[in-house]
Design a protein around this ligand. Structure first.
Ligand code: SAM
Length: 221
């Protein structure tokens, strides 16, 4: 696999972590979330022939929940996570293309995809506002975007403690202090549904819809 991602300082530690020790304990963390993840992905109304983008596809935990007949482009900065995803899904009768690519700079034209799945990605990527705007750019007007993540407001009393943890976590793995509204602010999307994504309500599933051509036109009048 050609290595196409320009090494950026902000991604170096994360690439290193996801290429070395994280793949070993990641399956243990994901096991309890399987059913919750499936429920969230089921919010999307898939049609045969849809093209779906999954930024930060990782080791491919979303892929078994996507119907055959839907084409998938998964992107990630970790070759090891992508290799695991490729191996796990080698027998799936589905068109899946896995790319080494930076989610903050997607190498796809505007309005390419019918749907996007952002599972535990916006809390991992360095700049979630930029990464989300890239997703909105490549999704077609009227297309669906699913976010499954722990984008929460931290209670005031916990903020100083969480900020310290975050300094270490955000460069290696994921951040714990990102807020949903801050990430989607100013983007042409509406939130259509919100569901619980784990037993504690720490993770949530959000179904968003990108503004259609007609809605955008009406808003201008
Ligand atoms: C917490 S994992 C989530 C993986 C998968 N979506 C899931 O739900 O299991 C986050 C993934 O995002 C990837 N990632 C982090 N920053 C990225 C970036 N700038 N562009 C693409 N992928 C990125 C990591 O390598 C990792 O595989």
């Amino acid at each position: 696999m050609g290595f196409k991602v320009a090494f950026k300082l902000k991604n170096i530690l994360k690439q290193l972590s996801f290429n070395t020790f994280i793949p070993f304990f990641y399956p243990m963390m994901m096991l309890p979330l399987r059913g919750w993840r499936r429920k969230s992905i089921a919010l999307l109304s898939f049609n045969a022939g849809d093209r779906v983008i999954i930024p930060g596809v990782g080791s491919g935990y979303d892929l078994p929940h996507i119907p055959v007949g839907v084409t998938v482009d998964g992107i990630d900065i970790s070759e090891v996570m992508l290799a695991i995803a490729r191996n796990k899904n080698r027998h799936r009768k589905q068109e899946i293309t896995l790319h080494i690519m930076d989610g903050e700079n997607l190498d796809f034209p505007d309005n390419t995809f019918d749907k996007a799945i952002l599972d535990l990605f916006l809390t991992c990527v360095y700049d979630p506002v930029r990464a989300f705007s890239e997703i909105v750019r490549v999704v077609k007007p009227g297309g669906e975007i699913l976010i499954y993540d722990h984008l929460i407001s931290v209670p005031k009393w916990a903020a100083p403690f969480m900020s310290v943890i975050d300094v270490v976590m955000k460069y290696n793995f994921c951040t714990v202090i990102r807020v949903f509204d801050d990430v989607i602010k100013g983007q042409p999307v509406t939130v259509a549904r919100e569901i619980k994504g784990d037993p504690f309500g720490f993770i949530k599933g959000f179904l968003l819809r990108k503004t259609s051509w007609i809605e955008a036109h009406q808003a201008l009048r």
